[in-house]
Write a protein that binds this ligand. Structure first.
Ligand SMILES: [Zn+2]
Length: 84
């Protein structure tokens, strides 16, 4: 399965408020969550959206995390799942 390294911005800690509704990349609060990344490999990588079916429950405790629209470009649309 295809993955891409998951990174947070340098200022993530300044924004992050400990909420599940904070952007997983920049930490800023999100009012309308509709974009998600699938974090795998113990928080190390993001799963390609087309490879979702290949995801397995590994030791990394795979999970979906919300991201904000301002971060979609940096993350790459191929790694983002959008609610419809
Ligand atoms: Zn963000």
């Amino acid at each position: 399965m295809r993955t891409k390294k998951y990174v947070q911005t340098a200022s993530y800690g300044e924004w992050e408020g400990g909420s599940d509704m904070d952007c997983a990349r920049c930490g800023k609060s999100i009012s309308e969550p509709r974009l998600w990344i699938h974090i795998v490999n113990g928080g190390d990588a993001m799963l390609h959206r087309d490879d979702e079916g290949q995801s397995v429950d590994d030791v990394g405790d795979p999970r979906m995390c919300v991201v904000g629209p301002e971060c979609t470009k940096a993350i790459g649309s191929n790694f983002i799942t959008e609610d419809v």
